[in-house]
Design a protein around this ligand. Sequence first.
Ligand SMILES: Nc1ncnc2c1ncn2[C@@H]1O[C@H](COP(=O)(O)OP(=O)(O)OP(=O)(O)O)[C@@H](O)[C@H]1O
Ligand SMILES: [Mg+2]
Length: 259
Amino acid sequence: MSEEGFEWDDRYILVTENLTKAFGGLVAVNNVNIKVEKNKMTMLMGPNGAGKTTFVNVCTGVLKPTGGKVYFDGKDITGWEPHKIYKAGFVRTFQVPEPFLGLTVLDNVLVALGNAGENPIKAPIKKLWIDEERRNIEKAFEILEAVGLSDYWDRVASALGAGQLKMLEVARALATGAKLIALDEPIGGTDPAYADEILSYVKGLLKKWDVSFLLIEHRIDIALPYADYVYVMDRGMVIAEGDPDEVANNPKVIEIYIG
Ligand SMILES: Nc1ncnc2c1ncn2[C@@H]1O[C@H](COP(=O)(O)OP(=O)(O)OP(=O)(O)O)[C@@H](O)[C@H]1O
Ligand SMILES: [Mg+2]
């Protein structure tokens, strides 16, 4: 498919071309070329300060790029506003999760699914929204099941642990129909057993929910086996890429991680 003068390869959901972000003299993201395949888990790893979060922020419109291009689902989304990118189906989670902490887990997902009862035209006609509300509740439970949170449906979100909050963010993203979810350190601050559980759930979503993940992580010991493809960043640049085995055995990567 060709649109706006570029060739789009349908195997991918996200492609960046020489993406660059400078903060004054510091080039945090330096000519980064990354491709995220559909229904796959692509991992972006690298030490502290490598530029991983900045890369995601530039892709999702939180920051404007200094140079380069971002293509998402066949469209050039370079420089788009964050809400427009979100609506297009590219959702990011934050290192510090910020869902609606005062609401229950279920309500968080219901809000993301949208509620016809709040539609001013449909609201007075109860029959119109009661069926939709029932369908939404079923869908919400299906999503909560898929992310491992169904047992917590009536808890207030603020009572969840860090990893569970991340999964609630994933649930909300699925509810909005996200096509690509960028997870910034979903297992940060969780113990290894729960980290494995989180990553297993995430992996299980790929095909069933027709979604793709860009996983940002520096705890490679735990996360690497779950990745389908890996990019390694250091000081703003991609210094290695390949499947997990290839990357784990790459001398440049070993040097960064073991020194
Ligand atoms: N808003 C900003 N203004 C100036 N410099 C910034 C800004 N955001 C990030 N940086 C710098 O850009 C570089 C990359 O930071 P970034 O947060 O993207 O790294 P990271 O790979 O996500 O690291 P971590 O693993 O610690 O989360 C760092 O040197 C950081 O200090
Ligand atoms: Mg970061």
